[in-house]
Design a protein around this ligand. Structure first.
Ligand SMILES: Nc1nc2c(ncn2[C@@H]2O[C@H](COP(=O)(O)OP(=O)(O)OP(=O)(O)O)[C@@H](O)[C@H]2O)c(=O)[nH]1
Ligand SMILES: [Mg+2]
Length: 234
């Protein structure tokens, strides 16, 4: 690791073992021309945020994910109409104790938001208005592209959230609704399409560019994450 600049060591901290290879290859292929956009994935614990982001960035279904502490970074570069766009995905923690110290970092300079609920959990759907309010409280305005995603559509027989209810919530906030499954391999392209919907909207805004988090704020997040992990695993 000592061959890497500190910035990269700090980032590496946030990747699980499975992700580190991907980070190395993405660093190798780093294209200075690519615009980078920060997308945060928000929703209750256990709705499948980690599995969805892993499916989009890693291609497969992550078996036995652990609850996210603080944030996990994932990244995928896509080619849209001849332009390379780097999507920096912030997979946030749903559990209050693992997120409370990080909330300010989540929303800082965010470009797009993906709200997730679990189609088999009415409670997780009923939380969505609170997640939308949290966004608004952190100055995420209507110009920031947002999508609502109902996950776990493979568990049809346990579904507790009718599409009509989800659609009216989405309509009332003027955001598109998608129902999908991180688990079902046939939904892989659909998940790509969800993230690409955001990417296309971001791409069309020529003035947007990611302000990379400073080394000190990355260090601050890492220290906080370490502290949360040790103090709350009881
Ligand atoms: N059947 C099914 N299970 C899923 C799907 N996506 C995730 N899961 C399962 O749901 C559980 C929670 O998934 P995670 O991705 O860890 O949930 P999370 O939203 O990241 O949770 P936090 O990190 O605690 O906020 C795991 O047991 C996954 O295997 C899906 O599409 N279908
Ligand atoms: Mg998670």
């Amino acid at each position: 690791f000592h061959q890497f600049p500190l910035k990269h060591i700090s980032l590496l901290y946030f990747f699980s073992e499975n992700d580190s290879l991907e980070l190395f290859s993405s660093l190798e292929n780093d294209n200075k021309q690519a615009r980078t956009f920060k997308i945060i994935v928000i929703g209750d614990s256990n709705v499948g945020k980690t599995c969805l982001t892993y499916r989009f960035c890693g291609g497969s279904f992550l078996k036995n994910p652990e609850a996210t502490i603080g944030v996990d970074f994932r990244e995928r570069t896509v080619q849209l109409d001849g332009e390379r766009i780097k999507l920096q995905i912030w997979d946030t923690a749903g559990q209050e104790r693992f997120r409370k110290s990080m909330v300010e970092h989540y929303y800082r300079s965010v470009h797009a938001v993906l709200f997730v609920y679990d189609m088999t959990s009415l409670l997780s759907f009923e939380s969505i208005p609170e997640w939308i309010s949290e966004c608004s409280r952190h100055s995420v305005g209507p110009l920031v592209p947002q999508v609502l995603v109902g996950n776990k559509c493979d568990l049809r027989e346990s579904c507790q959230v009718p599409t009509s209810a989800a659609q009216s919530l989405a309509d009332s906030h003027n955001i598109p609704l998608f129902e999908t499954s991180a688990k079902d391999p046939s939904e892989k392209e659909h998940i790509d399409a969800i993230f690409l919907t955001l990417a296309y909207r971001l791409k069309s805004n020529k003035t947007l560019r990611l302000k990379q988090p400073s080394e000190s704020s990355l260090r601050e997040m890492r220290d906080q994450q370490e502290q949360d992990a040790t103090s709350c695993r009881c």
